[in-house]
Every structure is written in structure tokens, then in C-alpha cells.
Design a protein around this ligand. Structure first.
Ligand code: HEM
Length: 488
């Protein structure tokens, strides 16, 4: 990247004219009012006013780094994706970590899921996996996402995040019990972005050269080991060093300590999906490892810091609809909503040509579309025809979809997510609770009780506690007692 300001030439205006005085505004006489002909003053103030773009509506606070993904196992019987086609094959990546609820300047050390948004610059186009550090999510239908996020963000009247809103929504959305148990447990506040796992969270489709379909879940196991903060440690760190995660990531890469993750997949043959004990497309559920053991397929290493955070991190865009041949969506209703949501956010936040920015454009493939013009278009297509079909040798369709079709049945309608034999909103939350050693259970109860104690209405507290009771009687009983003790 050219760093123009490191040359020894004169300071210039944006249009390149030399600047005579960057210290004094031009005035009418000594001590007089400023002149409109001082174009440098006007240009500087105007440029400054436009330095910010809208922050991400969620995941505003984050940090990123470039890296390399290396294939370590033969997965060609599951997918025809070229970047996964050979053991030893390497693909450039960019990963942006984030927290969810906080604004751009928020502290890193908070109890919140962490985003794990990964871009593979493959030879068949960019593949984005926009996941979290948790294998599940709070809700299972995209139509609830704006409501859910409203409860996590600032209340329209008080201007603060309100425990009332948070627990009201969770209490009324029992499918959140699993993710909330995860969030208030020991892994709820990672010590850094390096010391946590990542997950694709949704189920995705892989398809092989013969057109066979597999359902896949991605796991990124940290090679640094899991390290988390207690609520007390986080409270101190968030105050002392709000940028703790961002600093840790940058400094570790500067030291040459490149963080890495072992990449695993759980693979379900398509024929299993209909009869699996849990709906495999329900984002509030995991596939227990005993059912579909994770298979190690690769290594992800982060080894280069961005040079310019605004250009490369703030303007980076990731979209769950960026697939490549051999990979596609599942019918998960959350994922389906996200296939629209992200591209739309990018067009609003960064602009219609966001994909042309260096961090976002394909690096190992060439983008050849008939999309043209719009704000900040750089003229990359020159005089080439901008329509198709054409008789001038322009790019043309392949007739080969990236993914295989999914069978559907029945009528259109506002259907609930289908329930499989062992599906309910509480079973996996209860299993997670019962798996915890006693001291971890106690910390979970303390963390949840501390947050619930801030709720102003008894009915909201009771409804929330009831969900945890349904997950496990002991969980509910202890939580109720702990909340009562705090509320007096
Ligand atoms: C229907 C549900 C969801 C909707 C509508 C939604 C929408 C959004 C939007 C609009 C953004 C900001 C994008 C931008 O401005 O560039 C975003 C960011 C993000 N979301 Fe979601 N989201 C949903 C669920 C999820 C889930 C389930 C996960 C993880 C499993 C997730 C992970 C992320 C991450 C990691 C980012 C930050 C991406 C980045 O670093 O630029 N979201 N989401």
C-alpha cells in the first residue's frame, strides 16, 4: 500500500496543490474574520466532518487480522470447493473479531458473544463464514432478530442497556435458555480474541463432485487454549484497558506469536436430517459430538496486522451469502434471513461498491459482473459492455449452481420450525448445566442472579427463572434463591 505522507514532498490539498500555511487561517486583515477563499480551511473542516461511516448496527466494536488457512485432511468426498481440494493447500484469509452489543468505542472485556467473521480469499471467489464464539444462538427465526437486538442495545427512553428489556425478551423467548446458560457460564467473557473458539454456528450445505449433499457445522478450536475472565476480573479490565482484546491481538502478531485455530467439521449425510433427534437446522441446538464427531480438516493462522484500521477493519464486509462452488445454505431460518441482511447492511454502511475495496475484493479470483457505477465507482471495467447476453465476448453464466437443491413440501405459511423427536427449548440447556462442575454451576448462578437482580418487575424475574427451572430443577431453584437473596 502506498503511504503518500511518508515522502518528503510538500504538504498538499486533496487536489494536490502545495500548501503554503497549515497553521493560520486566512483572514481579512490582522485579527479580522476568516475568508471563504481559504479553501484549505474549508476542505479540512469538511473532510473531518465526514470521517465516520455508520458503525455496524451490531458487532460495531472489533479488531481484525490477515492469515492463512491450510487444509490438513482430504474432504473431497464431501465438497468440491477448490480451496479445500488438496491437503497442504493454503488460502489467504481475513478474520474480524467483535463483541455484539457495544458501540464502536465500547470496552472489549464484557459479557457478550464474540463475533468470528472469516473471509477466505479463494480462487473461486470470496467465501465468508460469519460466525460467533458460541455454537448456538438466542433465537431460531430471523424475524425476531431486530426485536432481540433492541433489547441488547440502549433503551429508547433511558439511553442505557436495561436488564428489564434483556430478561423480558429472554423470558418470553424460551428458546434462548441454552445460549443464555452458555453466556452467563465460565466462557461468557473470553480473556482475549486468541483464547476462544469460533463456530460457523449454522448448519451449511457441502456438496461433492457427484452432487451428493452433506450438512456441515464448522468449529475452530483455539490452539492457545481457552482462557476466560471472571465477572470481577472483567469489570476491572474493562475500566483499565477498554481496548484489551484489540491490543492483545495486535501485539501478539507484532511479537511473531501467531494465533491459530484447529479447524473441524461435523458432517451429517443429507439422508440423516429428516430423522435426526434434533432439528439439524435449529440454531438454538448443537449436534452432540457423540452423534457426529468433529473431524479435523485444517489449520487457521493469523499472521499479519492490518495497516489501517479504518480501511481494512471498519470498512471490511462479511456476508453469509458469499458462498463458493461446493458450499451453500441450509434451510435454517436464521441463516436464510442473514442471506439478505448483510449485503443490505453493507450497501447502507459502506456503499454499493463496498466489494471493490482492497480488503473486500477477491484476491485469488477476478470479479466479473455487469454491476456498474454508483458512489465511489473506480472505473475498473473500462469500456467493456455492461449487459449480458452480448456479442462482444463478455463474461457469461456457468449453468452450474454453487449448491444442490433442497426438497420442500407443503404450503407457504408462517410455519414454526419443525420439531424433531427430542426437540424442546430446554433439553440442551439442562444438559449443559448438568455437565458443569459444581464450582462452575455456582459462578453461573451468581452471574445470572447478579444480572437478574437489576430487573425492576417481579413477573419478569419469575418468568425468566421459570425457563431455567424447566432446563433443570436444581438450576431454577438455586437461581431463584440467589436472586431473592440479592433483591432482599
Ligand atoms: C437473523 C439474524 C441476524 C441478522 C439479521 C444479523 C444482522 C447483522 C448485521 C446487519 C450486521 C452488521 C453488518 C455490517 O454492517 O457489516 C451483523 C454483523 C455480524 N453478525 Fe449478525 N445477524 C444475525 C445473526 C447472527 C448470528 C446468528 C451470528 C453468528 C452465528 C452473527 C454474527 C455476526 C458477526 C460476526 C458480525 C460482524 C461481522 C463483521 O465483523 O463485520 N449474526 N449482523
Amino acid at each position: 500500500m502506498t503511504v503518500q505522507n511518508e515522502t518528503t514532498g510538500p504538504l498538499t490539498t486533496e487536489a494536490g496543490a502545495p500548501v503554503a500555511n497549515n497553521q493560520q487561517t486566512e483572514t481579512a486583515g490582522v485579527g479580522g474574520p476568516a475568508l471563504i477563499q481559504d479553501q484549505l480551511l474549508l476542505e479540512k473542516l469538511a473532510h473531518f466532518n465526514r470521517e465516520r461511516i455508520p458503525e455496524r448496527v451490531v458487532h460495531a466494536r472489533g479488531a481484525g487480522a490477515y492469515g492463512t488457512f491450510t487444509v490438513t485432511a482430504d474432504v473431497t468426498k464431501y465438497t468440491r470447493a477448490k480451496f479445500l481440494s488438496e491437503i497442504g493447500k493454503k488460502t489467504e484469509t481475513f478474520l474480524r473479531f467483535s463483541t455484539v452489543a457495544g458501540n464502536l468505542g465500547a470496552a472489549d472485556a464484557v459479557r457478550d458473544p464474540r463475533g468470528f467473521a472469516l473471509k477466505f480469499y479463494t480462487e473461486e471467489g470470496n467465501y465468508d463464514l460469519v460466525g460467533n464464539n458460541t455454537p448456538v444462538f438466542f433465537i431460531r427465526d430471523a424475524i425476531k432478530f431486530p426485536d432481540f437486538i433492541h433489547t441488547q442495545k440502549r433503551d429508547p427512553y433511558t439511553g442505557s442497556q436495561e436488564a428489564d428489556n434483556v430478561f423480558d425478551f429472554w423470558g418470553l423467548s424460551p428458546e434462548s435458555t441454552h445460549q443464555v446458560t452458555w453466556l452467563f457460564g465460565d466462557r461468557g467473557i473470553p480473556a482475549s480474541y486468541r483464547h476462544m473458539d469460533g463456530f460457523g454456528s449454522h448448519t451449511f450445505q457441502w456438496n461433492n463432485a457427484d452432487g451428493e449433499v452433506f450438512w456441515v457445522k464448522y468449529h475452530f478450536k483455539t490452539d492457545q487454549g481457552i482462557k476466560c475472565l471472571t465477572a470481577e476480573e472483567a469489570e476491572v479490565l474493562a475500566g483499565k484497558d477498554p481496548d484489551s482484546h484489540q491490543r492483545d491481538l495486535r501485539e501478539s502478531i507484532e511479537r511473531g506469536e501467531f494465533p491459530s485455530w484447529t479447524v473441524q467439521v461435523q458432517i451429517m449425510p443429507a439422508a440423516d436430517a429428516a430423522s435426526y433427534r434434533f432439528n439439524p437446522f435449529d440454531l438454538t441446538k448443537v449436534w452432540p459430538h457423540a452423534d457426529y464427531p468433529p473431524i479435523t480438516i485444517g489449520k487457521l493462522e493469523l499472521n499479519r496486522n492490518p495497516e489501517n484500521i479504518f480501511a481494512e477493519v471498519e470498512q471490511s464486509v462479511f456476508s453469509p451469502h458469499h458462498f463458493v462452488p461446493g458450499i451453500g445454505p441450509s434451510p435454517d431460518k436464521m441463516l436464510q434471513g442473514r442471506l439478505f441482511g448483510y449485503g443490505d447492511a453493507h450497501r447502507y454502511r459502506v456503499g454499493i461498491n463496498a466489494d471493490h475495496l482492497p480488503v473486500n475484493q477477491p484476491k485469488a479470483a477476478v470479479a466479473r459482473s455487469h454491476g456498474r457505477d454508483g458512489f465511489m465507482y473506480d472505473g475498473r471495467h473500462g469500456g467493456a459492455k455492461n449487459y449480458e447476453p452480448n456479442s462482444f465476448g463478455g463474461p457469461h453464466q456457468t449453468d452450474k449452481p454453487l449448491w444442490e437443491p433442497t426438497a420442500v413440501s407443503g404450503l407457504t405459511g408462517d410455519h414454526e420450525t419443525p420439531s424433531h423427536a427430542e426437540d424442546d427449548d430446554f433439553v440442551q440447556a439442562g444438559n449443559l448445566y448438568r455437565l458443569m462442575p459444581e464450582d462452575a454451576k455456582q459462578r453461573l448462578i451468581d452471574n445470572l442472579a447478579g444480572a437478574l437482580a437489576g430487573v425492576s418487575r417481579e413477573d419478569i424475574v419469575q418468568r425468566a427463572v421459570e425457563n431455567f427451572r424447566q432446563a433443570d430443577a436444581d438450576y431454577g431453584k438455586r437461581l431463584e434463591a440467589a436472586v431473592q437473596a440479592l433483591r432482599g
